[in-house]
Design a protein. Structure first.
Length: 365
């Protein structure tokens, strides 16, 4: 039997580099080796592509520190179209014929349509959303505009473009004064809660914008929504069938003054916040969240997978906060936890994503 060759690409040039490495280790560990051959490609923070062996990827979490892709004595690699198909070719002359790429990349230069465009041009199938959906979902401003146009509720916000902040920051602050505190200030095209600040008063707003601008010159100021932070994982349907929603999960913040930031997600030994894989919701609210998640998935043109983050207000109104087209795949990440709570094993989730990628036609669709 011909085995499908899956290339796992990880690391990347975003601030979520290390989280990508941790996700990749879990994905590789879960790939069914009786069905799939696996090769690894790491992208350094400077954008150099190098070959990583399976055992090297599996060992990334074991250092006790956030891992980083390094060149070392590894072969450089590139993706090339060859007569026999799309190959991962290294400087030693080795070429792996690849049927599916699993781009376990979080944030800009990986989750934002850039590598998706490269893979489209290389004529190879890949896990996850296409170019346009990846780009639109990475930019939280574009996401909100698309969702609002389709009648999906989003919270009040102000977008801060680079030229606006440089030329007239007082006008930006005046626009933000129409929002009710607390505010959340974040890079428009970031993830893993990096560069996000919770702002409780106007005198803190300017500094929070500067923090976000360290990661992206386009910034979003969002009005905090009173309610529960509910997430829902979505998997595409097979052969054109409707997408499927997991049981919703919940982000539970234990510090009343805190939020689910990068430290709470990945670094803190103290449980400042946690993911509850199965949120305690009545049937009506659970169904409403799932329907909103599927509608957002479709409206945004997502493929393969996405995690849709929402707020559920006390009156049951569901607001979409943001989508994540390549959510974390660490053992504590919401996407796999919610599907596990829905009855799938981690290995089944990974196999499902590869199978969905294999079904997808090449070219425009």
């Amino acid at each position: 039997m011909n085995r499908t060759h899956v290339a796992v690409i990880f690391g990347g040039m975003s601030s979520e580099h290390s989280i990508s490495c941790l996700s990749a280790a879990n994905v590789v560990a879960a790939i069914d080796r009786e069905r799939f051959d696996v090769s690894g490609v790491g992208i350094t923070p400077d954008g150099v592509w190098v070959r990583y062996g399976v055992d090297e990827i599996l060992g990334l979490p074991s250092t006790g520190q956030l891992p980083v892709v390094e060149v070392g004595d590894r072969s450089l690699v590139s993706v090339k179209q060859m007569p026999e198909g799309t190959c991962i070719v290294d400087t030693e002359g080795n070429a792996d014929l690849v049927q599916v790429v699993f781009p376990v990349l979080h944030g800009p230069f990986g989750e934002d349509g850039t590598i998706q465009g490269l893979l489209e041009m290389a004529g190879v199938r890949y896990v996850g959303c296409g170019v346009a959906a990846s780009a639109n979902c990475m930019d939280k401003h574009l996401t909100k505009m698309i969702l609002a146009e389709a009648g999906v509720l989003v919270g009040p916000y102000v977008v801060v473009r680079d030229h606006e902040w440089r030329e007239d920051r007082n006008a930006v602050l005046k626009a933000a004064s129409r929002l009710e505190y607390p505010l959340f200030v974040k890079p428009a095209r970031g993830g893993s809660s990096i560069g996000i600040s919770k702002v409780m008063s106007p005198d803190r707003l300017e500094a929070a914008i500067e923090v976000a601008r360290e990661h992206d010159n386009k910034v979003l100021i969002e009005q905090g929504i009173r309610g529960r932070e509910i997430e829902c994982s979505v998997l595409d349907g097979h052969h054109g069938a409707a997408p499927r929603a997991s049981v919703p999960g919940e982000i539970v913040v234990h510090d009343p003054d805190g939020f689910y930031d990068f430290e709470a997600k990945y670094l803190s030994g103290e449980q400042k916040a946690s993911v509850q894989a199965r949120a305690k919701l009545d049937d009506e609210i659970r169904n409403r969240v799932q329907k909103v998640a599927i509608k957002a998935f479709r409206v945004l043109g997502c493929e393969g997978l996405a995690r849709i983050d929402t707020f559920v207000a006390p009156d049951g109104t569901v607001y979409v906060n943001e989508p994540n087209t390549m959510p974390g795949f660490t053992r504590s990440s919401g996407f796999p936890l919610m599907w596990q709570a829905s009855g799938m094993t981690y290995a089944q989730i990974v196999s499902e994503l590869i199978e969905l990628a294999l079904e997808r036609p090449l070219g425009l669709r």
